[in-house]
Design a protein around this ligand. Structure first.
Ligand code: EZ4
Ligand code: CO
Length: 403
């Protein structure tokens, strides 16, 4: 029986902050897990270092489910993004180790391939209407079959999804939180025009998505969903903050636009009613947020009964270790919907090597044993942690709002 010999947390900032757990066995095999929680990185790294790693030493790394239950039930304090990100990191690393020890890719351990390729969606971020049209066109030319369109809103200074300079959008910024501005009225008046223009320009075929980023009330979301119905979005994401799961009943009464929710959720109990009452169409929780591969398997299997498919979060704050885990998972389940793909910074790719690939709008996890991701610790050491936060958001009159 192999034993966990040691484990360490690597915090680095190649382009942005990442927290990576590396678990070593006494047989020389190691596994990687992602523990990055955007803007709260050090809370998870200290949770792992102070409270989790000491409990792992000497355990059998093949007992993934038992270790998951030990960390979840054994903490007494259940759920929450810090705890669940830490458990997720351990879980990913153990699946990675199991794959390496059995010399097979993780998707094989999850039931094998359920499809040949994984459809991903890209981000098109424009400062205004014409810029957004251009960005959507650029991504379609790159081969993407699905594109999320976000745009600057006329009359609003700085908002979600709009890069400061042309090109890459990374919401977390160094230093203390920056402030965005918000007007629901200006947003709602503008958004249908954006999607009408995109359909006029690109026709019916490309899948178009949009992220409301938690900014509408249920009835406002109902209005927006209804008004964009002619442009048949693939999904409208996080239209309302979802702590109050029953609020989605109101949205459902008003629109047939498919709804995606859950990138901030961290356990099956955050979405139990949303799924079982069929109030959403896609569940967004990804491997790092939702307690790792083991817990996400339960979520995806539960969702399958209720016609809910997966649409995992895949922004740049999820490290290549989560991206790889997600791709193995996406390939293996039947109720896969789509996968978000926001390519990492070139510097990130110098620290993390990966066997997953992108081609013509689809991604592939590759056939390397385990997750197929590695970290170069010497490279990582060149990029120490830098404090960074997600922005906060205020209405035009100064009221603190949802970001
Ligand atoms: O704001 O990952 O759908 N994607 C998103 C992301 C999130 C960031 C938060 O860390 O909503 O851009
Ligand atoms: Co989102």
């Amino acid at each position: 029986m192999a034993k966990i010999k040691s484990a360490k947390v690597i915090v680095c900032s190649p382009g942005r902050n990442f927290v990576t757990l590396k678990i070593m066995t006494d047989e020389g095999v190691y596994g990687l897990g992602d523990a990055t929680l955007n803007g709260r990185e050090k809370a998870v790294s200290s949770y792992l270092e102070e409270h989790v790693i000491p409990c792992l030493i000497g355990r059998d790394p093949s007992q993934i489910e038992d270790i998951w239950q030990y960390l979840y039930k054994g903490a007494y304090w259940r759920r929450g993004p810090v705890t669940m990100s830490a458990i997720a990191a351990v879980d990913m690393a153990l699946w990675d180790i199991k794959g390496k020890m059995l010399n097979t890719p993780v998707y094989n351990l999850l039931g094998g391939k359920s499809r040949d390729k994984i459809m991903v969606y890209a981000h098109a971020n424009g400062k205004d209407l014409s810029d957004t049209v251009e960005e959507v066109g650029r991504h379609l030319e790159m081969g993407y079959k699905a594109v999320r369109a976000q745009s600057g809103i006329p009359g609003i200074d700085k908002t979600y999804g709009v890069p400061k300079d042309k090109g890459r959008y990374e919401p977390a910024e160094k230093g203390l939180p920056k402030e965005d501005q918000w007007s629901t009225e200006k947003y709602l008046n503008y958004l249908p025009t954006l999607f009408k223009t995109l359909r006029d320009e690109f026709g019916d075929e490309p899948h178009l998505l949009h992220d409301c980023h938690h900014r509408l009330t249920p009835i406002e979301a109902g209005r927006l969903g209804k008004e964009v119905e002619p442009y048949h979005l693939f999904w409208l994401e996080d239209c309302t903050p979802a702590e109050l799961q029953e609020s989605f009943k109101l949205i459902r009464q008003h629109t047939t636009t498919p709804l995606a929710v859950g990138e901030v959720f961290n356990s099956i109990w955050d979405m139990q009613e949303l799924i079982s009452s069929q109030l959403i169409d896609y569940i967004r929780t990804s491997i790092v947020r939702g307690g790792g591969i083991s817990h996400m398997k339960k979520i995806a299997n539960f969702a399958e009964i209720y016609h809910v498919r997966t649409g995992f979060h895949g922004a740049t704050d999820l490290s290549p270790v989560t991206m790889a885990s997600a791709l193995h998972f996406d390939l293996s389940i039947n109720n896969f919907g789509i996968q978000e793909h926001m390519p990492h910074h070139e510097i990130t790719e110098e620290v993390f090597s990966r066997s997953y690939t992108f081609e013509d709008g689809f991604m592939y996890p590759g056939d390397a044993p385990g997750l197929g991701v590695d970290i170069n610790e010497d490279e990582a050491a060149k990029y120490p942690y830098e404090r960074a936060y997600l922005p906060v958001n205020r209405k035009e009159d100064g009221t603190m709002f949802n970001w």
